[in-house]
Design a protein around this ligand. Sequence first.
Ligand code: AMP
Length: 188
Amino acid sequence: MNLVLLGPPGAGKGTQANLICEKYKLSHLSTGDLLRFEIANESEIGLKAKQIIDEGKLVSNDIIINVIKSFFNNNKNSSGYLLDGFPRNTEQAKLLDKLMLELKNKLSCVILLDVDEKHLKDRILSRSKEEGRSDDNEETLIKRLETYFNETMPLIKYYNEAKLLKKVSGVGEIMHINQSINSIIDHL
Ligand code: AMP
């Protein structure tokens, strides 16, 4: 089973991804986490990505291709994948389609975590106090939301037309949202 978690910054993708991966034994690909790891290690990729991330923009597809190729290489024998934060634009979605073909695999479903703007802002600003992410501040948040609306939202149409999209409200109790997701997965 291969799933994509789609949703704006602050929708709770990371939290739900961890719960889903544990229950269904999937490998978790978080391009954001992998990029933060590169930044912490001050690698070449990390140095290139840091400023772009802090500006709330998307890092180049070339960098993302590098990151995901090494992820799939390191997780070859996985029974399935949960993709969180990837794809983030149409070009990446097409790249993923190609990759799935190469792996002789396919996407089972794309789960959209739907959260309104007011909740997103509150969550990200409180997360900034807990985790200290350098891109969790009000100025970058506005830019990240803009990037989401302009570049990532077209994927909703893309996956809707592919009949893969399932929408879940991401507002409310974590475990309640998780149950809604589990029930979608159990019916795949
Ligand atoms: P996230 O942790 O998924 O919110 O990602 C944090 C930041 O990393 C984003 O705001 C982007 O700058 C960058 N990023 C993460 N995933 C991608 C991706 N698939 N494509 C481009 N940039 C990404």
